[in-house]
Design a binder for this molecule. Sequence first.
Ligand code: NOJ
Ligand code: CA
Length: 477
Amino acid sequence: MATPPQPWWSGGVLYQAYPRSFADSNGDGIGDLPGVRERLDYLHWLGVDGIWLNPTFPSPNRDWGYDVADYFDVHPDFGTLDDLDALIAAAGELGIRIVLDLVPAHTSDRHTWFSDSRSSRESPRRPWYIWRDEAGEQESVFGGKAWTYDERTGQYYHHLFLSEQPDLNWMLPEVRDAFDEILRFWFDRGVAGFRIDVVHELVKDPPSRPNRAEIHDVLRRWRSLARGYDPERLLVGETWVMELDELARFYGSNDELQLAFNFPFMFAGLDASALEDVVARTEAVLPAGALPVWALSNHDVVRFPTRMCDEDEAKVRAALLMLLTLRGTSFLYYGDELGMRQVDIPADRVRDVHDRDGARTPLPWGDAEWRDPWLPLGANVATVAEQRADPGSVLSFCREAIALRRGREDLVSGDYVPITSPTGVWAWQRGSDTGVALNLTGSEATVPLTGQVLLSTNGRDDPARLEPWEGVVVALS
Ligand code: NOJ
Ligand code: CA
């Protein structure tokens, strides 16, 4: 029997481009969609399969796009719907897919749904949000109560995040229908999928229990909608749970999300036994045929070179090699490919309510400088232009790792099988004849691999002896 064709993200690499900070086409200091289009050649050269853009919708930006005021348009800072169509088309010609960021758990308080809802208790939109006579005890993620009193109608509404982000009532069939329409609108335009915000807390009633059964009803519904498209559209969830069996539930029986972000992996640190343990348990707990997702940074957490690598380049290369050689789908956060570090933000430049600006600063291109960028450039690594010209740079290494992966079936689809190794060394086999070993210690180590070195973090070619923090990919013999 022929194996069914694999979806495009299987074994692929996606690149998270934070749109305000990726590339600015018109010099207003804010990255935009034409900017992404102008830089597609770079992403093609790097070798990625898809781009995830953080929310591109009109928004008052209290939470930088995660407070959506209109789900059917593009924020004027980023351009127009035509710009998005043009980006999808141009990326498509290079074999790169565009994934948008859906924010279904809450809207902006400026969304007309909420203005209607708060206008009167009798409004047909009243039940679209969560209104109660009494405030509950729950705290919001950004501090303060998760309930705000609304004078006009004398009730409290619920918001897990800011009071300007009222939570939708996902128990209501009309809300579910409204989002079907939103998904179809973008899928019909050629959007390849969605990263879905706060999936683990989507349905709330009362608002106290993550990962409720009702969430999975919604996910099955969206999956069948995604399946109705050719190619099938991708649903990758922000599934912020720290138990892997909870994480596995978001895949359902391969009928919910195709990919669910793995936060236990992101926070394991650069520690061989902790990482090996998370990866082994992830592999064990996912339903057969499901794909793990690996990411080290995103727009909500401290950049990985600072958070887990002490800003040490050898460690950064080892972490990137791991990210790009595990089984599944890997996500690079823009700047990861340069080894970009967290940026210190002076008090008078702070924009975010939750201290995340340091991971959201503009990408240093080097060939065209940002003019008056919305966040300080804080370039703490060599620029894209410099690193592209240097075959020994982190960027060149990252590109080589992606190219090796794309060209070697074992790394695209081969199983992951751990290999017993000395303490502090983590080694595994992919497929029939590819081995990976990482020495995550400060001393030389021997590893049980023989064969030809295909890639090393430091350019050496001895597979058996690894320098401190060295990683290798080996064609096993
Ligand atoms: C998760 C997003 O990644 C984060 O940036 C945002 O603040 C919250 N969800 C609320 O939407
Ligand atoms: Ca701009």
